[in-house]
Design a protein around this ligand. Structure first.
Ligand SMILES: [Zn+2]
Length: 678
């Protein structure tokens, strides 16, 4: 057999021209695709070479990576194609990209299939391009972004989804949802994207620990399902961009958002860890400074909009002394929403003077920017009343702007750049109500029926990307009154995302517990409101996750309170890197009358950290069995509150456990497990 292969580090793409068979592998997973003699482009198999798990396609249901529709023309597993070109190339970070260019036999479209595989990740990333070969404009109105159907092997399957923030805080926010698929084809659904209900991710596994996970790189609203048809013997994924009607002119190419499918063997923690390692290695915007991130931040919203230069200066003095790294001025600094000039009554010397003061104290300066909103009386809407979207949302009385309308977009990009320059901004707290607005106006530059796609890719994504390209040293945080756009496109532009918005200790722990299935811990930013008080229970509740944002007015702290907070900040800083790169173990879920535990194990340092919290439960102690340790290694175990110290092997700790005293309701401790130096 003749193989035209190309190897890049651990990743390799092979093409067998006799069989028109492509094999993409990185030594961990392998995927094969074929253009059959009949001209159908089909998925053949995806396998986990380490675990030996094999996912075959079903003979009863041919499946293709190609599944889209332009007007009435469907391109899928039943479409006959000719091979036009194929090539492999190396990509960064280390990996390989296989491109297959197909033309449908009727000459209506050129479909380019793109597969990517990266070294040391059990993930296949892929995308399609559709080129309109007809003389008229067509409309892409259907895409399946997760076009995978596999033989079910007679097994039963369980799906995992995770909710996102729901704007009106609910106990279900960031709750993980496990569902056993029935075998009669009932769909389990993920409704994701801005203003959706779940994070843009799903995992599936059978009782033999054989698992798949998938995520899609799109911020608009998407419906993704998985279902099992036991009578025909397959499991099937489907993921559609809602209300899609994207015009593609003659000989113009349209690219479908990237998606990934990954393999794991084990439990949901393993599914999460494999997803997160891929996200950090390939997708996510790199953290500003890996050694000092996630940041400890302070945010002015404890004062609501009653801020001024003197108040901010007094808080900045204390913040710098406590070890705060990022000082954020929240809503209320500007003349109005949509009028992004500092209020001269609050800042007689200009906001730039406050920013300079913050910088002189050694902190970064962050600014609130609700870019997709404008008050009805703002100059921009007075001059351009038609720039609003038809969306019914409202943000502090402001109206929604249509970001995919070109003139609005141009103005907004210039305003963002001016604001950054004028106020010496290092960090933007993006905020607002739903970043992907609905807009059906025919007076705007987008297609009135293509609102969801247009307002995500050509709206919020285009605006943020243009500002970031112009000012690349400014970092952005994602927020829509909370983490309401938890997607794998979001991670590409923002270095963190808020989860729950200032809703207190228990909801904060719940958010971290759920969101750290799909997302790396740094994408679980938590705002700690003043109402939490300054107790160990409160600060421990914010120990695990992304940036820790203090909202307590600092100028009023007693010396004791300041000393306590300073110590807690030091503890947070000493552990954030281990947690950021570690595997998250979800031991016990938080509840109002429960004890909860979340643990991290960092392979590189062989250390583990666990936060053990007793809410309103009655148990005075908890026997904690840590996970993921090296069985033969001897470890030292110590606590931040309890004075006990243990020396045991990993095997002993994992089987026998360690008893953690939690003497009264709302008590907590942090356990440290460190390798004993031989
Ligand atoms: Zn519009």
């Amino acid at each position: 057999m003749l193989f035209a292969g190309l190897a890049f580090g651990g990743s390799q793409a092979d093409f067998d021209p006799q069989q028109n068979l492509w094999t993409v592998s990185n030594g961990w997973i392998r995927a094969t695709f074929q253009l059959t003699p009949e001209g159908y482009f089909l998925t053949r198999q995806i396998s986990d070479l380490q675990a030996g798990d094999v996912w075959n396609t079903s003979p009863n249901r041919p499946t293709s990576p190609v599944r889209l529709q332009a007007d009435k023309d469907v391109f899928d597993a039943q479409t006959q194609f000719l091979l036009t070109a194929q090539y492999a190339e190396s990509i960064n970070p280390g990996g390989v990209r296989q491109t297959v260019v197909l033309q449908d036999v009727r000459g209506r479209a050129q479909i380019t299939v793109i597969f990517e595989m990266y070294n040391n990740n059990s993930v296949l990333r892929y995308s399609l391009k559709y080129k309109n070969l007809t003389a008229a404009t067509t409309h892409i109105n259907f895409i399946n972004m997760v076009p995978w159907t596999f033989d079910d092997g007679g097994k039963r399957f369980t799906a995992l989804r995770v909710n996102q923030w729901s704007v009106n805080s609910k106990p279900e926010d960031f709750q993980p949802l496990q569902t056993l698929l029935d075998t009669t084809g009932t769909s389990v659904e993920v409704y994701s994207g801005s203003d959706g209900q779940q994070c843009g991710w799903m995992a599936l596994r059978d009782s033999d620990q054989r698992g798949l996970f998938t995520g899609w790189e799109f911020d608009g609203r998407t419906k993704t399902t998985v279902r099992q048809d036991g009578s025909k013997g397959y499991v099937q994924f489907n993921s559609n961009i809602l209300n899609l009607n994207h015009p593609v002119e003659s000989y113009v190419e349209f690219q479908v958002p990237n998606t990934f499918i990954g393999l794991f063997h084990g439990d949901w923690d393993e599914a999460g860890y494999r997803t997160q390692r891929f996200v950090e290695a390939v997708l996510a915007k790199p953290a500003p400074e890996s050694k000092s991130f996630p940041y400890v931040s302070w945010d002015s919203w404890g004062y609501q909009d009653k801020i001024d230069e003197q108040t901010l200066r007094r808080n900045a003095d204390v913040a710098a002394n406590l070890g705060v790294q990022l000082f954020i001025v929240d809503l209320g600094w500007a003349k109005g929403i949509g009028d992004w000039h500092a209020d001269p009554a609050k800042f007689p010397n200009g906001l730039g003077a406050v920013s300079d003061y913050v910088h002189a104290l050694g902190m970064k300066f962050g600014l609130h920017f609700a870019l997709a909103e404008a008050a009805p009386d703002s100059p921009v809407l007075q001059e351009n009343p038609d720039w609003t979207a038809t969306d019914e949302g409202s943000y502090f009385g402001a109206a929604p702007l249509c970001l995919s309308n070109r003139p609005t977009q141009d103005w907004l990009v210039q305003e963002g750049i001016r604001m950054i320059d004028e106020y010496h901004v290092d960090w933007i707290l993006q905020d607002g109500q739903n970043m992907v607005k609905q807009c059906t106006k025919s007076t705007h530059t987008h297609d009135p029926k293509d609102s969801n796609y247009a307002n995500s890719v050509q709206g919020i994504n285009a605006v943020v990307s243009a500002i970031q390209q112009a000012r690349p040293n400014v970092y952005w945080e994602n927020c829509e009154n909370g983490g309401n756009m938890m997607t794998f496109n979001m991670v590409k532009s923002y270095v963190t995302s808020i989860t729950n918005d200032a809703s207190g200790s228990l909801p904060s722990r719940r958010a971290v517990y759920g969101v750290t299935y799909p997302f790396p811990p740094r994408f679980a930013e938590r705002y700690m409101p003043q109402s939490d008080g300054l107790s160990v229970y409160a600060t421990h509740s914010y120990r695990f996750g992304g940036p820790w944002v203090l909202m307590t007015p600092l100028a009023d702290l007693t010396p004791d309170q300041a000393g306590f907070l300073k110590d807690q900040i030091q503890f947070y800083k000493s552990q954030r890197q281990d947690i950021a790169a570690g595997k998250v173990f979800h031991i016990l879920a938080p509840g109002a009358n429960a004890t909860d535990v979340i643990q991290s194990y960092n392979e590189a340092t062989d250390t583990a950290i666990a936060v053990i919290t007793r809410a309103g439960s009655s148990g005075p102690s908890y026997l904690f069995r840590p996970k993921g340790l090296n069985p033969a290694q001897r470890y030292t175990v110590w606590f931040e509150i309890d004075s006990s110290v243990y020396s045991q092997t990993g095997a002993q700790l994992m089987s026998g456990g360690v008893r953690v005293p939690l003497p009264q309701p709302y008590s907590s401790d942090v356990m440290h497990i460190e390798p004993l130096q031989q």
